[in-house]
Design a protein around this ligand. Structure first.
Ligand code: NCD
Length: 326
């Protein structure tokens, strides 16, 4: 967890002693095991509250600026829904081409503007490190909703919440990540976050050109987590507890011909899944293209649509935490 709290300019009524109050969420590296468990606990409470009463006023009077420089359906709408379910309001800026960004405004100036109107800023940007740069220039908490091929910490937190809710544990799991592990920021964050758990084995299955980056593997290795690398699922699928499928990230390829060579490398079908355990889950951050066949959607192990809903509760928890209400 970062040690230097920011000082939002309008702290009236906030609980300034809450540990995440005023903090940025830029990387999963900020989280300890206790922090991760705390997010899960608060998210679980949010789930119960939403199921019981739908919307409540924990963040009444607070405003979220949702600033998206890259396409998004789930992340942007779940943050919006999270803020509104907590009684707050949202400034949505998804079409940056209609904002001053199109006139050439820099990211620091855009966040300096939004901090005048909002209490927290959620940022998605195509460049690695953009959220950290924005945070340097902003007095309000910045939440990284994806910085290029860098990190996607809120997705990794909702992924661990999903694993916890679905399998009832975070330890002693065999986790297989499949697909585009080079450009997929979700797996970069999730692999790092899972190093907080014990008894984890991480299997990376990808085409040679889309392997997990060495720096992520080195960080995982430093924590003593066993890792395996393969180009097919065959060997690892029978022992997998969590199969985390990813989309080949077309927009990150310089040459579309290279994308075409790997875009259909893996397809999860009911037939393929016959080799997997009965009690395991298949996750996907979505959007899916062709990597999971529609025919698998009705299988009880297909957790990817439930995973989206869990994202709402985790994002409610994170907003409440950085605004000092959890
Ligand atoms: C992911 C992302 O944006 O990194 N989507 C998401 O946030 N749910 C994965 C992807 O785009 O493939």
């Amino acid at each position: 967890m970062p040690s230097k709290p920011k000082s939002p300019c309008l702290p009236f009524g906030d609980h300034k002693t809450a540990p995440w109050y005023g903090q940025d969420i830029l990387s999963v590296k900020q989280f300890s095991r206790t922090d991760m468990e705390y997010v899960i606990e608060v998210a679980h409470e949010m789930r119960i509250m939403v199921e019981r009463i739908g919307t409540f006023d924990l963040l009444k009077g607070k405003i979220l600026a949702n600033l998206f420089y890259e396409p998004s359906t789930r992340t942007s709408s779940s943050f919006m829904a999270a803020m509104e379910r907590l009684g707050g309001a949202v400034i949505p800026i998804s079409e940056v081409r209609y904002s001053s960004v199109a006139k050439g405004e820099s990211l620091p100036d855009t966040v300096r503007t939004l901090e005048c109107y909002a209490d927290v800023i959620v940022l998605r940007h195509p460049e690695v490190g953009a959220a950290a740069l924005a945070a340097k220039h902003c007095r309000k908490p910045i939440i990284n909703a994806g910085d290029g091929i860098g990190e996607h910490p809120t997705q990794a937190l909702l992924d661990t919440f999903t694993i916890h809710e679905e399998l009832g544990r975070l330890d002693n799991l065999n986790v297989t990540m499949l697909g585009d592990l080079k450009y997929g920021r979700t797996v970069h964050s999730l692999a790092r976050l899972l190093t907080l758990c014990s008894g984890i084995t991480l299997n990376y299955v990808s085409p040679d050109v889309l392997m997990m980056p060495q720096d992520v593997m080195d960080e995982v290795a430093e924590k003593g987590i066993p890792q395996t690398q393969q180009t097919t699922l065959k060997k690892v699928l029978p022992r997998t507890d969590v199969l985390y499928v990813t989309r080949v990230q077309k927009e990150r390829f310089e040459d579309v011909a290279d994308y075409d060579k790997v875009k259909s490398a893996y397809v999860i079908t009911p037939e393929v899944m016959k080799a997997a355990k009965k009690k395991m889950i298949v996750m996907h951050p979505l959007p899916r293209i062709t990597e999971i066949a529609l025919e698998f959607d009705d299988d009880p192990r297909a957790a990817y649509f439930r995973q989206m809903e869990y994202g709402l509760y985790v994002r409610m928890a994170l907003l409440a935490m950085v605004l000092g209400k959890a």
